[in-house]
Design a protein around this ligand. Structure first.
Ligand SMILES: [Zn+2]
Ligand SMILES: [Zn+2]
Length: 325
């Protein structure tokens, strides 16, 4: 069963605010990331601009490809750039204006680390910070896609990677009295059930090769699933109900000690996504609209010798201003 509807939009998400406040108390060293996360989650709750960018899934999609594979996404250029600039300003105040917001969104969506690094270098910024900021920046778009494409998601999904955006799950959830195993994506919030206990990365099902790491004391609801065939690990949590999408990211950030424990024992998470997306992000704005209108007018009137109106011309005619860079 899939969980695309879990993101309920409310004017003010009190539960989220309380959870973030608790995370700040418990892990003050994470403050820099919590600020980015808070901004990304609040932007996700806004919806609006991002809901309008949800694409049609590609028609010729391979059967194992996630829904957003090869999707052509068009965003409101001005709003998207403003959002990425705002987020980057939180992380890198001095370099925020030097990094192309749309290019960063696309690179983050595709998990294209080489491109993220090139963008960071061009802006004179720390690539590891830009990589995390990029993932936070693309969260509102992916959450909107999870809402808008909920009906298009397959009713069953046997792969270990996300059926919407192709990355490996952030957590395995064991929910309800039956402790059903659900895999949850940390980027888009989608969840999918995999009834068999099997490694999400290499499909190993032999119990002799699968195991758990459990915290030594205290936390009874936490463990780490490990596979001794591929040395992969995945954090797991027992819950009464499926976590809302925003809680997956908060949870991921506040359970870093589990990641460290797994890494220290030689386990890892694959650096690349489960299925490369190959999607693109383009921008539209009022200037594009005026350009199309001009082309139409030229066709109708047969005006062939005049140059197209520039944005300056349009402003002189008291028309809406152009999109900012
Ligand atoms: Zn996803
Ligand atoms: Zn494995």
């Amino acid at each position: 069963m899939l969980w695309p509807h879990a993101g309920i939009r409310r004017p003010r998400n009190v539960e989220l605010e309380e959870r973030l406040a608790a995370a700040r108390r418990d892990t003050p060293e994470s403050e820099a990331w919590l600020r980015l996360l808070e901004a990304a989650l609040n932007e996700s709750e806004e919806g609006g601009v991002w809901d309008a960018a949800v694409p049609e899934p590609a028609a010729e999609r391979p059967v194992k490809a996630p829904l957003l594979w090869s999707a052509r996404i068009t965003v409101d250029g001005r709003a998207a750039r403003r959002w990425v600039r705002r987020l980057l300003t939180l992380a890198l105040p001095a370099q925020a204006s030097k990094i192309d917001g749309i290019a960063l969104l696309e690179a983050a969506l595709r998990h294209d680390d080489a491109r993220v690094e090139a963008l960071a270098q061009a802006g004179g910024a720390d690539p590891s910070v830009v990589r995390i900021a990029g993932q936070m920046a693309v969260t509102p778009l992916l959450r909107a896609c999870a809402r808008g494409l909920a009906r298009e998601l397959p009713s069953t999904w046997w792969e270990g990677y996300c059926p919407l955006c192709g990355v490996w799950p952030a957590v395995a959830e064991y929910t309800g009295l039956e402790r059903k195993r659900q895999l949850r994506c940390g980027r888009c919030g989608v969840g999918w059930a995999i009834p068999l206990l099997r490694c999400v990365y290499c499909d190993e099902t032999d119990h002799d090769h699968l195991g758990y790491l459990t915290p030594e004391a205290g936390e009874q609801t936490r463990k780490v699933e490990v596979c001794n065939s591929c040395k992969g690990y995945l954090k797991a949590v027992t819950t009464v109900r499926a976590l809302p999408p925003w809680a997956i990211l908060v949870d991921d950030l506040t359970t870093v000690p589990l990641d460290i424990a797994a890494l220290e024992r030689g386990y890892h998470r694959p650096p690349r996504p489960g299925y490369p997306l190959e999607s693109s992000i383009a921008e539209r704005g009022p200037v594009g609209g005026w350009w199309r209108l001009w082309r139409f007018w030229r066709m109708v009137e047969g005006v062939t010798k005049q140059p197209p109106p520039t944005s300056t011309n349009l402003q002189n005619l008291h028309q809406p201003p152009q999109v900012g860079a």
